[in-house]
Design a protein around this ligand. Sequence first.
Ligand code: ADP
Ligand code: ADP
Length: 224
Amino acid sequence: ALAVRLRGVTKTYDNGVMALGPLDLAVRKGEFVSLLGPSGCGKSTALRLIAGLAAPSSGTVRVSRHEGVAQPGHGIGFVFQEPTLMPWTSVRENVRLPLKLARVPKAEARARVDEALASVGLAEFAAAFPRELSGGMKMRVSLARALVTDPDILLMDEPFAALDEITRFRLNNDLLTLWRDLGKTIIFVTHSVFESVYLSQRVVVMTARPGRIQADVRIETVEP
Ligand code: ADP
Ligand code: ADP
């Protein structure tokens, strides 16, 4: 079954920049795909189109999600390059925001926030403020916020770019564990060839702008 299907997708911005395509891409449910390509080739644009945050100029974007999803983002979790946390409120409130927007009842929201924080190893930091956390921990809070609505698809846009290598490596391992345990479909944008091969089952390499698919490679995963 497919999670995401792009057919003949192009994106030209209002200023006339042709950012993407034509792009054809099919991602199966449960697949972990890396998108690799030169800066400005349209990787973020592709993610925004999949998330429904922007409309394609031509072509179709189809995203399948389970029945009865009534959540913000419609079954899609998005993690941005910068952790974009609200600095004036606690980790718990940051993670709770998508549930608040979806009007999830308080008791249920509380349980789901606790679960999401536990899944990224930050249960004890629920009452902390973002400024008290390291870069790696802030990124894990962003991940918890993306997971709290239990999305089918997780889109990650160079999530670890700003972090040092050891933290990146640790978070990559956390992400692999989450992927194995939760069975999410993950589309991961990165600049790092190492990261793409290490993490994913499939590496999609894009051309320079406007980004098209240059190579689509399956990675044989070695069980640890
Ligand atoms: P990548 O993520 O691969 O670096 P982006 O999708 O961010 O690429 O950008 C692709 C191209 O589209 C770039 O040339 C960028 O400057 C341009 N672009 C991105 N967003 C906008 C926008 N909102 N308006 C105009 N041009 C944009
Ligand atoms: P970074 O690598 O960006 O500094 P880490 O996530 O590795 O971020 O955390 C840095 C420090 O924060 C750790 O060495 C540890 O002291 C503390 N820390 C991080 N996560 C936890 C946790 N789940 N429980 C207790 N302390 C933690």
